[in-house]
Design a protein around this ligand. Structure first.
Ligand code: PBG
Length: 318
């Protein structure tokens, strides 16, 4: 077995996996009311952007050959129904419009379609009187968000809220206004994960509880994951995404085996933070570890990967 491992040239010839810049999607944050970018302490190297710095960083990502960007918005004012989410002048929609104006079709512009950044309670939906997250009232808000994001120029809407029926509601809302060209990136399966921890700082989240009543339990298995995927596909998802990535490679590999649509994986904030932290202490070879995680995610079957390292990795492979 060692014969083909002997030289770098033999290893290169026999390699079966590679990560291409175009496979990578950069998640980005834009915050309202900033005069300069603000560092996110739990995600060294990642910032909340101003509108101007967002355009500059997204342009650099496109120049590096990255396949797309996924935008999250952080408003200054939050309320119970997340009014900022579908306000055309709200920070997320303003950011999308700016990026579409500056970049046109040079990249794939994706928008996070969820209320958690915009609600004062931090949940992904609106609340019923008993404090639970109201599925169907939330769907109404998602439909409104979808129209605003389509209007702002998003190519793909990332339905990350884990409400039942969200993909169908978004698809129908778009079709009704003749925006059938706008696609849906379905977050299915998506687990209630501790690995979203640093993201909560990244989006200045107000959440106090948890999301176990709508996101999937890590103790469930592949059957539920396949059911989530099948529903999203039946409702019109153009791409499905497994999230987080590294702790769910078993799920990813099953989804990739059977999905009739392309499969993405989201290497989330905690996956980024733990590796950066270990590297900072000199406990791990940072570059090799990053590349190894991305190869693992590719090997498990993802055809695209959302990663905060997208630009660095794209530039390195160029
Ligand atoms: C919901 C959303 C979250 C992430 C992406 N979309 C947070 C959550 O579900 O709690 C997490 C991404 C990351 O951790 O990098 N809008």
């Amino acid at each position: 077995m060692r014969r083909l491992r002997r030289t770098p040239a033999l290893r290169r010839l026999t390699a079966e996996m590679s990560v291409q810049p175009a496979d990578l999607v950069l998640p980005m944050f834009v915050a309202e009311g900033l005069s300069e970018p603000r560092a996110i302490s739990s995600m060294p190297g990642v910032v909340q952007h101003t509108l101007d710095s967002l355009v500059k960083a997204a342009t650099e990502a496109v120049e590096a050959g990255v396949g797309g960007v996924m935008l999250f918005g952080i408003p200054t004012n939050k309320d119970a129904v997340g009014s900022g989410a579908d306000d055309p002048d709200g920070i997320l929609n303003s950011g999308l419009s700016r990026l579409k104006f500056e970049l046109g079709d040079a990249t794939v512009l994706m928008a996070d379609l969820c209320l958690d950044e915009f609600t004062d309670h931090g949940h992904c939906g609106v609340l019923a009187v008993d404090g639970s997250v109201d599925n169907d009232a939330t769907l109404q808000r998602y439909a409104e968000m979808a129209l605003a994001q389509a209007e702002a120029g998003a190519d793909l809407l990332g339905t990350s809220g884990m409400m039942d029926g969200q993909v169908g509601v978004v698809r129908r809302a778009l079709d009704q206004v003749h925006r059938s060209e706008v696609g849906v990136l379905g977050y299915a399966p998506k687990y209630a994960s501790a690995f979203y921890g640093p993201f909560r700082e990244a989006v200045s989240s107000s959440l106090t509880g948890d999301r176990f009543s709508y996101q999937q339990d890590p103790a469930r298995g592949v059957t539920e994951a396949l059911a989530e995927m099948a529903l999203d596909v039946a409702e019109g998802a153009d791409i499905v995404m497994v999230k987080p990535a590294l702790p769910y490679l078993d799920i990813l590999s099953e989804i990739a085996r059977v999905s009739p649509v392309p499969v993405a994986a989201y290497q989330v904030s905690g996956e980024y933070a733990m590796l950066e932290a270990a590297a900072e202490r000199g406990w791990i070879d940072r570059v090799r570890a990053i590349d190894e995680t991305l190869l693992s995610i590719k090997r498990a079957g993802a055809s695209m990967i959302l990663t905060y390292w997208a630009v660095e990795v794209a530039n390195r492979s160029a």
